[in-house]
Design a protein around this ligand. Structure first.
Ligand code: MG
Length: 334
């Protein structure tokens, strides 16, 4: 199987500000394994850049000629860039599905009608601007990026502007004390869930926070994103959070995402399926696993203006999986 790669620049419709920084553009890498395609998002706060990803690609040894022997192929990958390894895993699954002639959801035995609604993400901005975007989007599920010093004002303004289901993501932006003070106040405004309130490595803090919220009768689920990369991380988070956010880039691709989802389920945790800022390639690949998840945040292609592929369709917040073999994306010019 022949491995090739191509750096791409993604233009964001609205410069995207989160607790980790502000991003007018993103720089990802598309990866091909014969006719299979995958994507590596260069997420700088995870140490990933286009250079890191392409350098990794140049070190990948011969992957053999059997795309059906998935684990054996993936076992040949060297250590290094998680985004790059995820992209190769996605391309391998795409190739596998294409050679077998079926979409991935079908090969996994999943119902393509059973997809939760996706949320639409609003980046950090002034409260009135975020409220305007939430209202104008018309989406029934809104994810709000927090981690500024105006978080309560922001959620209050958005709650006034829309009846949508609201999720918030602090992107590790709060201290324990801030979170303990803010969460009950935000919960009173009506939230579906709270993503990553504390620093990624503060598992004991998450455990303390969850116990404290339970003691106060605050019922909003807390889910871990930056703290939960792999199935092994999820085991450590049992009892510390109510659920986890699964992203292909964190799990090293689709194979690892399946393990992470099943691990979370075994531990009685909820699962949100999410993405980075990615094209239809990475996001459609993830969407094939959406029937296994409780919550979906797969709005990547909606945030960019120059998606080179089409795949996952959107009818508002309702997602429509392509019925083509593999992950089912085609060039947007075709
Ligand atoms: Mg998150």
């Amino acid at each position: 199987m022949k491995l090739t790669w191509e750096p791409i620049t993604l233009n964001l419709r609205t410069p995207f500000r989160i607790a980790h920084g502000t991003f007018p553009q993103r720089f990802n890498v598309l990866v091909r394994l014969d006719e299979g395609i995958g994507e590596a998002p260069a997420v700088t706060y995870y140490g990933e850049t286009q250079d890191v990803i392409t350098e990794y690609m140049s070190r990948v040894p011969e992957l053999g000629d059997d795309p059906f022997d998935l684990d054996a192929v993936l076992d040949r990958l060297p250590q290094g860039s998680r985004a790059a390894r995820a992209a190769i895993d996605i391309a391998l699954h795409d190739l596998w599905g294409k050679r077998l002639g079926h979409p991935l959801y079908r090969l996994f035995g999943l119902n393509p009608e059973a997809l939760p609604l996706t949320s639409f993400t609003i980046g950090m901005d002034k409260p009135e601007e975020m409220a305007r975007q939430a209202k104008e989007s018309g989406y029934p599920v809104i994810k709000i990026k927090l981690g500024s010093d105006r978080d309560e004002e922001i959620v209050t303004a958005i709650r006034k502007a829309t009846d949508a289901i609201l999720r918030v993501d602090a992107n590790a932006g709060w201290t324990r004390e801030q979170a303990a003070r803010l969460i009950p106040r935000l919960a009173a405004l009506g939230l579906e869930l709270i993503e990553q309130p504390l620093a990624a490595d503060d598992i004991e803090g998450l455990r303390w926070l969850r116990a404290r919220m339970q003691a106060e009768g605050v019922k909003v689920p807390i889910v871990a994103d930056e703290s939960a990369h792999t199935a092994q991380d999820i085991v450590k988070l049992a009892g510390a959070v109510d659920g986890v956010v699964v992203k292909l880039m964190k799990t090293l691709g689709i194979r690892g995402a399946l393990k992470a989802i099943h691990t979370a389920r075994a531990l009685d945790m909820r699962v949100m399926l999410s993405c980075m800022v990615e094209t239809s390639v990475g996001v459609t690949a993830a969407a094939h696993l959406a029937p296994l998840c409780d919550y979906v945040d797969l709005d990547g292609p909606l945030l960019i203006s120059n998606d080179p592929y089409v795949g996952l369709g959107y009818d508002g917040a309702r997602m429509v999986l392509p019925m083509r073999p593999g992950i089912g994306v085609v060039p947007s010019q075709a």
